[in-house]
Design a protein around this ligand. Structure first.
Ligand SMILES: Nc1nc2c(ncn2[C@@H]2O[C@H](COP(=O)(O)OP(=O)(O)OP(=O)(O)O)[C@@H](O)[C@H]2O)c(=O)[nH]1
Length: 405
């Protein structure tokens, strides 16, 4: 593959390379990406078959919550021109499930500190629900292709890591808070690369500055002794959020879900001075719980016609949740994390991210309580109440329904 020197990003050849298969991978990456340190695919021919199989698996075997629910509420006989006024709240205390550890709204004293509850998925009473998601036997292979420092509007800096993998052609991301968390696949030397190549793909220690000529990496491992900032000895696992892409909630200001708020809150918690063990948001491109944006928009129309979020998916012949988390597990391992504190209310996610052989262990679950339930801003809407209610009632989310008024 041509490197940065021979094929500039803006050149016609660079553009042409964007959609070209490289080493058998449909990575769709521009030509200025550095070569992989090792080929992920040994046999190009097997890839299409594998992707096809995984595509099908996504809908069956990888489905975390293929609930056998029969859609019920789509047959509303109301006149389209005169829809009934929504009730003040969709929720009744009668639905409140028994208290589950970690579901309560945290006390004001705890508001600046993400407090979690210990979990252990290996025992039934471990706080991870009872369902066992079906997982692939082996984890996907991932490689961090490039990393860059991102100063954020809150003043905190983070490092954005872009990954490719051997199961799909999407660019999954890890948003890393804490300079001590490093990607092994990024730091590994690549054949024929120069020091400038290494710095351009983000495999350097410390900070870049105009005129810098050395990456600060020796023999594939980071020599962090030249940057005291990176000499951090974590005293425990980092805080991790596994976030699934949500264009509507993160970009289009949707009040149908709390995805945008959750992403912001995860970043805020990971930026706290007390977050000395660092934090990672694994940002997976599985829009709409894996069904894609187009199908999610259809689901929204079905929701406006009376279905809840699960029923709408089923009516469209999708599983209630078509996501998988093997890529997240593999990315966490690449970032050197075998134990994590996970920000979630979703018990399926805990088990799934641990991997088929518990390659990663979730030691603690930190609840994601909507900000408005805590009286800390956020927003309320009829739609988000329905969304959260369905998560609690049908998808086993560990949230205290009492937060819904
Ligand atoms: N199909 C479908 N997907 C939705 C809907 N609303 C949000 N989503 C998607 O749901 C995903 C967000 O789920 P998460 O925030 O990871 O929530 P979760 O796994 O259910 O649980 P938490 O970790 O507790 O937040 C994103 O991919 C959204 O695009 C909906 O109405 N229908």
């Amino acid at each position: 593959m041509p490197d940065a020197k021979s094929t500039p990003a803006g050149s016609p050849q660079g553009k042409e390379n964007v959609d070209r298969k490289v080493h058998g991978e449909s990575v769709g990456l521009p030509s200025f990406y550095s070569p992989r340190s090792r080929p992920i695919h040994e046999h190009d021919g097997a890839l299409a078959t594998r992707l096809d199989r995984l595509d099908r698996l996504d809908r069956d075997e990888l489905s975390l919550s293929s609930l056998a629910l029969t859609p019920t509420s789509t047959s509303a006989s109301t006149d389209d021109a005169n829809p009934p006024l929504p009730p003040p709240s969709l929720l009744s205390p009668a639905f409140t499930p028994p208290a589950t550890p970690g579901t309560a709204t945290p006390s004001p004293a705890a508001e600046h500190q993400p407090h979690g509850v210990p979990v252990d998925s290996s025992i039934p009473s471990g706080g991870c629900g009872t369902k066992r998601p079906r997982l692939l036997e082996t984890l996907p292979e991932v490689q961090c292709i490039v990393r860059a420092r991102i100063p954020t509007v809150s003043g905190t800096e983070m490092f954005l890591h872009l990954y490719t993998n051997n199961v799909d052609s999407k660019e999954h991301l890890a948003i890393v808070f804490g300079p001590h968390i490093r990607s092994q696949s990024l730091d590994a030397p690549r054949e024929g690369e120069t020091e400038m190549d290494r710095m351009v793909r983000g495999a350097y220690t410390g900070r870049l500055y105009p005129g810098r000529t050395r990456s600060g990496m020796v023999g594939g491992s980071s020599s962090v002794d030249n940057d005291p900032e990176e000499v951090v000895t974590p005293s425990g696992p980092p805080l991790v959020r596994i976030h699934s892409e949500c264009y509507t909630g993160e970009t289009a200001w949707s009040a149908r879900c709390d995805c945008g708020e959750q992403l912001d809150e995860a970043a805020r918690l990971m930026s706290l001075p007390s977050a000395v063990n660092g934090g990672i948001v694994i940002y997976l491109r599985q829009e709409g719980r894996g069904i894609g944006l187009g199908e999610k928009l259809k689901a929204y129309n079905l929701q406006d016609l009376g279905s809840d979020t699960v029923e709408a998916n089923l009516l469209l012949r999708h599983p209630a949740d078509a996501r998988s988390y093997g890529l997240a597990t593999a990315m966490l391992l690449d970032l050197g994390q075998e134990e994590i504190r996970l920000l979630t209310n979703n018990p399926d996610k805990i088990r799934a991210v641990e991997g088929p052989n518990r390659e990663v262990r979730v030691t603690e679950r930190v609840a994601m309580v909507p900000l408005s339930w805590k009286g800390k801003g956020g927003f309320r809407s009829r739609e988000v109440e329905g969304y959260l209610k369905t998560k609690i009632e049908k998808m086993g989310h560990m949230l205290d329904m009492g937060g819904l008024q």
